[in-house]
Design a protein around this ligand. Structure first.
Ligand code: AP5
Length: 222
């Protein structure tokens, strides 16, 4: 199973990816998490990416594409993977297509900008693992600390309202066109085209999880 979780910042991609892996047992490839790890390690990539991420822009395709190509060549990706936050531009999607990377599903997380702004102001993350919480909708067992490690949770630098608005603008300009890209590919009737599935990302976390698991269990039975 290879799938892409496609949606605006804060649509819930990371939350669902973490729930799906428990059932599907395949790795999550989250380019945002990979970049944040590079920033924390102060590597050359991290130094280059930090200012762009803090301003709400996208790291350039020629940096991101080789990192992802290298990651999916690792043995743990042999049975599949979940792309979270990749591809984010037509060039990134086309690079996967040109490389013959067959994707089964593109899950589009449909949600309004207003809901996202509210969600991101309440998001907290555990920097070590990338585990995601929300102060109201998905709180940790104990306020401010991670459920598994009891380490402190933090708020991401790019979750400030003005940066979120810029990320949404970038999403609408550069990433949303991927919905039409995959729809057109599916309409061509090509055997390798992924199935594009749209879900209501404003629904409850468990409702979305059940919808996605239902889809994949049905696939496993076919
Ligand atoms: P990245 O880390 O990928 O951020 P993003 O796509 O902006 O997505 P988020 O992680 O903000 O949101 P999410 O959809 O995962 O939502 P979450 O589950 O956390 O990228 C960061 C930056 O890195 C980019 O801006 C860019 O600079 C760079 N970058 C990354 N990939 C790149 C690429 N391919 N190319 C170029 N640059 C790249 O949920 C959000 C909150 O809502 C949480 O608090 C959660 O608990 C809550 N929540 C989730 N679901 C629900 C629900 N159903 N109901 C209520 N609350 C919910």
């Amino acid at each position: 199973m290879r799938m892409i979780l496609l949606g605006a910042p804060g649509a819930g991609k990371g939350t669902q990816a973490q729930l799906l892996v428990k059932e599907l047992n395949i790795p999550i490839i989250a380019t945002g998490d990979m970049l944040r790890a590079a920033v924390a390690a102060k590597s050359a990539l991290g130094l280059k990416a930090k200012a762009i991420m803090d301003a709400g822009g996208l790291v350039s395709d020629d940096v991101i594409i080789p990192i992802v190509q290298e990651r999916i060549a690792q043995p743990d990706c042999a049975n599949g993977f979940i792309f979270d936050g990749f591809p984010r531009t037509i060039a990134q999607a086309q690079a996967m297509r040109d490389a013959g990377v067959v994707i089964d599903y593109v899950i589009q997380f449909a949600i309004s900008d207003e809901t996202i702004i509210n969600r991101l102001s309440g998001r907290r993350i555990h920097p070590g693992s990338g585990r995601v919480y929300h102060v109201e909708h998905n709180p940790p067992q104990q306020e401010g600390v991670d459920d598994k490690t009891s380490e402190p949770l933090i708020q991401r630098d790019d979750d400030k309202e003005e940066v979120v608005k810029q990320r949404l603008t970038v999403y609408h300009q550069q990433t949303e066109p991927l919905v039409a890209y995959y729809q057109d590919w599916e309409n061509e009737g090509s055997a390798h085209a992924p199935a594009l599935v749209s879900i209501d990302a404003a629904a409850d976390v468990s409702q979305i999880e059940n919808e996605l698991l239902g889809l994949f269990r049905k696939e496993a039975r076919v």
